[in-house]
Design a protein around this ligand. Sequence first.
Ligand code: 5AD
Length: 359
Amino acid sequence: MIQTIETLEKIIETGTADLSEIIELLESRDDEQQLLYSAAREITQNIHGNVIFLRGLIEFSNCCCNNCLYCGIRAGAPGIQRYRMSADEIVATALKIKASHCGTVVLQGGVDPDFSTAKLAEIIKQIKAETSLAVTLSVGTKTEEELLVLRQAGADRFLLRFETSDQAIFSKIHPFESFEQRVACIRNLRPCGLQAGSGFMIGVPGSDIKTIASDILFTKNLELDMIGCGPFIPSPGTPLAQESLLSDLSVYYKTLALIRIMNPYAHIPATTAFDSLCDGGRDEVMKCGANVFMPNFTPPHYKKEYNLYPGKPQVDTSIDIYEAVKERIEKMGRTVSSAIGDAIQPDAYGKNEYEHNNC
Ligand code: 5AD
């Protein structure tokens, strides 16, 4: 017990840890576990205040040519009504996001060749011309040249999870993709002028506590502006449908808390998959390190076809999305912010390159 508290204090002080120290904290229980959560909460409050940034999500296409074993919209998934939103629909939804007090629009889609880089660039330009929103992309792996085009068009941020740091597992669950290429894309983000986001699925099949600890270390090593992690949820109709969640659900939350403690300045969303874990899962994550919430503005008739995993909060068209989210967050004693919520640049990191680089 005393030993684990000392380890926690060391991690808080230095912001780093070795594999065995992370495992020690991931295995902590009772009082030590609570101390881990409260340390993460305190760091979040000290650096990010009481505020939760809102990023409005648009899932603009569920067409995907990738076949990731875990994903409900993989190319081989049966019985899916595939859709693509038109550019006009996307821009109209971005305007709704702006009117709903969000500072950022997140454009997320499958790896869909129909949305070429040139087409995405046009959509970004239109959103930028009509709103003051920050634009975040989550559109799969891109080359450096493509990233530069997207940045030039006005994209501010880019999210690409590495999913797992275990290369053997990565290759198994991503039949068409290379780990090196994904990581190269993530490392290219900042030099291309984009705020960089990545993260992993906690408890991907084949992983154990040591894998999760390595994932946490790998995340730290990437020096990210945004870190999005969520539990792996078995998705029906996928090859991993029969796999299970971790037997100890607290490991998911302890992972988030450790990520916060080791990356105090990063923006960390309470990802939707936490609500699939249990009712109010995202609230729990906001109590142990998350400072971002991503309300989903995908038009309801499309949203019901964007099922990466089951248990996604269902569409209630009678409810005002902003009011519902505001109420949820204020119930926890936090306030929502409509600010853009750009990356924070602490002295310790020096100036981020995107401040100087108008590529
Ligand atoms: N469980 C949890 N997360 C998933 N994602 C896709 N499928 C699943 C699943 N079954 C996540 C991946 C991807 C992000 C867009 O959604 O991490 O990067």
